[in-house]
Write a protein that binds this ligand. Structure first.
Ligand code: MG
Length: 260
């Protein structure tokens, strides 16, 4: 065997299992990893608790944003031809543009159920991508991760571009999945600087994948996040990333005023 061929063969498995990503992005503060670093370890698989993925009724006092019957609580978030998402068989199907709630929210418990439709051709960030944008700024990634690999900080349950989930709790395409997100909104000083950063706990299909994770700033692609002062309550956004991701049973239970 050629001595030139041998090293190439050693490299093949690395190429085959390596995630897509970027190696020209900045280092995330407090870590050794670049934004969307393909070398950042993949979250280990954890068995999803399927009972937790069933429709969890909105508790008393929660605001129901989608109950399968009406999309009236939502409006388009920009787009060339702004459209509300399609209501189909009790689900909302992503199309055309991001969606935002008409009502604003801050700290609280957000419950969102989502499904990657069966039969999607998914590769990396393409084909099975959406997102839950808390306050329209802080994305918890929605991604096909059962049979698809992407950069760790862009996988399902990631604080996008910042912190990968502790586990990969993804179910296959065609199955409903749930996020229970406890979010603590950031606070700001009078001069506009951040006083306390946002924090988030994410339970994906019954598995805690973020546990009080500090959010470094609004989530962005290929850049370091930077806080900028904003209102105490802002609409919840759902991302349209070109894929017809389905949603159902969305509710928010706001934290008591003054809760941190
Ligand atoms: Mg996304």
């Amino acid at each position: 065997m050629s001595r030139f061929l041998l090293p190439a063969l050693y490299l093949l498995p690395l190429v085959a299992i390596g995630a897509e990503g970027f190696t020209d992005t900045p280092i995330l503060p407090g870590t050794q990893w670049r934004v969307h670093d393909p070398a950042r370890p993949q979250p280990p698989k954890a068995e999803a608790a399927k009972a937790m993925c069933q429709t969890t009724p909105a508790p008393a006092g929660a605001t129901v944003l989608f109950d399968g019957k009406s999309v009236d609580a939502w409006e388009p978030a920009g787009g060339k031809k702004p459209q509300v998402w399609e209501l189909k068989d009790g689900t909302m199907v992503a199309r055309s543009n991001d969606l935002k709630s008409k009502q604003g929210f801050g700290s609280g418990h957000y419950h969102v159920e989502w499904r990657i439709p069966a039969g999607r051709v998914v590769k990396g960030q393409s084909g099975g991508n959406s997102g839950v944008f808390l306050m329209g700024k802080y994305e918890i990634q929605v991604m096909e991760g059962f049979a698809n690999t992407t950069y760790a900080d862009g996988s399902a349950g990631a604080v996008y571009g910042q912190t990968p989930p502790a586990f990969n709790a993804c179910l296959p395409q065609g199955e409903w999945q749930s996020y229970d997100i406890t979010f603590v909104a950031p606070t700001f000083n009078a001069d506009g600087s951040v006083a306390t950063k946002a924090r988030v706990t994410v339970v994906h299909n019954g598995v805690t994948v973020q546990d009080g994770t500090e959010i470094l700033g609004p989530t962005v692609w290929r850049k370091l996040p930077a806080y900028a002062t904003h209102a105490d309550k802002l609409p919840l956004h759902l991302q349209f990333h070109g894929d017809p991701i389905e949603f159902r049973n969305i509710w928010v239970r706001e934290a008591a005023a003054g809760a941190k």
